[in-house]
Design a protein around this ligand. Structure first.
Ligand code: SF4
Length: 750
């Protein structure tokens, strides 16, 4: 028997991309990278004029570039726009969803981890949307090499297996304190993998059809290998090893998302021919050629396989003779697998052999019903129209021999009155819970459908920012329990608060806002986090706070910590740095000379960098500059004292106060003519001088020591003076220094 998976062949995203290209065949169109991981398809496109380029720069003049379903990094779009190249974006929406998530994470300052294959084009594109880069992990070894992280958003390559995702997430807990999972395996992949795993459980041989470059095809191969010993990955039917297959074997055919239907069909036909050939050789096993000869029938076989393996006991009151024959035939075919056609054939055989014409009519009528009813099974979802409403139940015509009944208790997850919510003629979907309620009706449940829909919806919200309210029921080991949307939920202790929680009981009865971080499908149990909500609130507050800071604003703060290079000051939830050079106008040896821990002070914001979370503060900028006070403090005629701090050929600089120096010109140093200032003054000498002129704008204070020297200290008459003139040494007039002091003073306020 050959079973072909229903979900074989192009997935939604690949089909979309291929259709986009097919619609433009004959035009000047190229694909950026192979459109899909299938050599035959790529070759066929090339033959029809669709070339594959590796870089945007390689696009021919006037060509339209197709971005494939794997997506691309933002730089690719920018390069296309910059070069004025038209493009068709065939990025799969499932992949786009990941781009959006990692972009948002990056904007929020969160690290991103991608679970997937490093060189895969989808992963490369996704990394591009993180801007600053992302970690890509695919094994425990790669996880071990990660740095420790406080928090990280974790996304999945769309085609990895659920098992790998769960395994990697668990292993990441050793490297990341707070994991924000974003389950991004696409539903097409999940369905394909689930079905492949189911078929692999019952098949003797599995043939996986698809490109060897195709990641999702390789994953199918790995998955099938877990349940089936004989799994072959082929790209073409010519690779099939027919000698390994025997009549009576159940052969499963699964295919990757980039495998064209024609290729799958070829393999399927080939296998069917092989089966016929084996029968002809007469290996002695009855023909199982009940599988239909076209794809639609094969899909039906697969459907039946699924149904029967899920629920082997038909809840149908079969004629005992027929039932026996059906079961016997089914058993001969396979213990687990029975096809609709097999059952029908068996019934017909029984009719032909045993029945009178009247009985045959009766059974034909029964068979009509059987054809329909046999398709129903417990758990199946059926659709129908409401034909009757009472206070106790709703009767639904589901197009089968018997109507379906939905009792009030099964009508909704909410307590409703049937007549208030439904009208005759309304269409309704419900789940079969019993094929015979005792009165020949099929018992249905709308409530279960609502629960399933709710569960699907809730699963989609796992890893998102969607908030749920819940009341904590009980503190248990490692966390607390609660109910979310009617489902049991667990909040781990580490997800309750931003700090370590000693006593979990304090949360009992508290209403919390939470997000969903995981969902256990089997147990329909959720794992939630209140910490994500607190973190988000904290970040929003911080963001608002950062946005409120403006350069030049005055802020009040408290000194939290001193370092050698400055002080960190809390200015209301954010620590800014007051650098040592911005503490005072004079040189500060250590921050503790100006500030101390716990000191409250007013500061000015010198610079804000919200993205780097850096804020520079200034203190001295709020203080007057020493030279600004000079006009008030020093006037011509004042007597001042200071220390000689520097001697130059034209005079001596005297420090009147830190950063304020005055100049005594060489002519004003002494009463006598000096060749060198050093003949009268030394660095470090304390001197008294008279202020001759103050020019604060030019930062000049001219001083005269000579003006204060008593007359008798003026130089004595030179010996051997020959006449009166020699006695009177003509001193140069007191004049302003023409030297720019700025050349000699460091610019401390620039
Ligand atoms: S495998 Fe999924 S994500 Fe990838 S193209 Fe197909 S539908 Fe889209």
């Amino acid at each position: 028997m050959v079973i072909l998976a229903k979900n074989a062949g192009f997935c939604f995203g690949v089909k979309r991309a291929v259709d986009a290209v097919e619609a433009h065949i004959g035009e000047n169109i190229v694909t950026l990278g192979p459109l899909i991981h299938n050599r035959d398809v790529v070759r066929s496109l090339e033959e029809r004029g669709v070339a594959c380029i590796e870089r945007v720069e390689d696009a021919p003049e006037g060509a339209t570039v197709v971005i494939r379903s794997h997506g691309a990094a933002p730089e690719v779009y920018e390069a296309l726009k910059a070069r004025g190249i038209a493009y068709i974006d065939a990025t799969c929406p499932f992949v786009k969803r990941i781009h959006e998530r990692v972009r948002a994470a990056t904007e929020a300052g969160q690290r991103v981890i991608i679970v997937g294959e490093k060189g895969h084009p989808e992963v490369i594109g996704t990394i591009g949307w993180t801007g600053s880069g992302a970690f890509v992990v695919n094994s425990e070894e790669e996880i071990a090499a990660l740095p420790h992280m406080d928090e990280a958003v974790v996304v999945a390559q769309t085609t990895i297996t659920q098992e790998k995702w769960e395994h990697i997430l668990a292993a990441l807990e050793s490297r990341v304190d707070h994991i924000i999972p974003f389950m991004s395996i696409c539903s097409a992949t999940q369905q394909r993998q689930k079905e492949a795993a189911e078929i692999a459980k019952i098949a003797d041989t599995i043939i996986v059809v698809g490109g060897r470059q195709s990641s999702n095809t390789r994953k199918l191969y790995e998955l099938c290998r877990k349940s089936c010993k004989n799994v072959y990955h082929i790209e073409h039917k010519s690779e099939l090893l027919l000698e390994k297959m025997h009549l009576g074997d159940i052969i499963g055919i699964v295919a990757g998302a980039s495998t064209p239907d024609t290729m799958i069909r070829e393999v399927f036909d080939y296998m069917m021919e092989n089966e016929k050939a084996l029968q002809a050789e007469g290996e002695g096993i009855p023909s199982q050629e009940t599988a239909a000869s076209d794809m639609a029938d094969i899909a039906a076989v697969a459907q039946m396989t699924e149904e029967v393996s899920a629920d082997k006991e038909p809840d149908v009151a079969l004629d005992p003779t027929l039932k026996e024959t059906v079961e016997a035939t089914a058993d001969t075919a396979n213990e687990q697998v029975v096809s609709e056609a097999t059952a029908t054939d068996a019934v017909e055989t029984a009719q032909a052999e045993n029945d009178t014409p009247a009985k045959q009519d009766e059974k034909n009528e029964f068979l009509e019903g059987l054809e329909k009813v046999v398709r129903l099974k417990k758990g199946q979802i059926v659709k129908g129209n409401i034909v009757q409403i009472t206070d106790e139940d709703v009767c639904v015509n589901i197009g089968y021999k018997s109507d379906g009944i939905i009792p009030k208790s099964e009508l909704s997850i909410h307590d409703i009155n049937p007549k208030d919510v439904y009208n005759i003629g309304d269409e309704i979907e419900a789940e079969v819970i019993n094929l015979n309620d005792g009165e020949g009706n099929i018992l249905l449940s709308r409530k279960r459908v609502e629960k399933k829909l709710n569960w699907l919806k809730i699963q989609q919200n796992v890893g998102t920012d969607i908030l749920y309210k819940c009341v904590v029921k009980k503190a248990v080991k490692g966390g607390v329990t609660t109910k979310i949307e009617g489902y049991n939920a667990f909040i781990p202790a580490s997800q309750l608060s931003l700090k370590y929680v000693e006593d979990l009981k304090q949360f009992e009865g508290q209403e919390l806002e939470v997000t969903l971080i995981d969902a256990d499908k089997k147990q329909e149990r959720l794992v939630a986090s209140h910490k994500t909500v607190l973190l988000k609130e904290k970040k929003e507050k911080e963001k608002a706070l950062w946005e409120s800071f403006k350069k030049g604003d005055r802020v009040k703060g408290v000194v939290k910590r001193l370092t050698d290079f400055g002080a960190f000051v809390d200015i209301g939830g954010v620590d800014g740095l007051l650098h040592i050079s911005d503490m005072a106008w004079v040189r500060v040896k250590h921050p503790s000379d100006v500030v101390s821990e716990g000191q409250e002070m007013e500061l000015v914001i010198l610079n804000v960098e919200p993205s780097k979370k850096k804020i520079a503060l200034g203190y001295k900028q709020l203080l007057p500059k020493p030279w600004d006070l000079v006009p008030e403090k020093y006037h011509a005629g004042d007597i001042v004292r200071g220390k000689v701090v520097r001697i130059v050929p034209f005079g001596a600089f005297v420090q009147l106060e830190p950063t304020v120096d005055g100049l005594i010109h060489i002519s004003q140093v002494s009463n006598r003519r000096l060749d060198r200032v050093e003949d009268e003054l030394r660095i470090g000498d304390e001197v008294e001088a008279k202020v001759l002129e103050v020019n604060a704008d030019k930062r000049k204070i001219s001083l005269s020591r000579r003006a204060l020297l008593p007359v008798e200290e003026r130089p004595a008459k030179k010996a051997n003076f020959e006449n009166e003139e020699d006695f009177h040494y003509e001193l140069p007039p007191v004049q302003e220094s023409t030297v720019s002091l700025a050349e000699f003073f460091p610019k401390k306020d620039d």
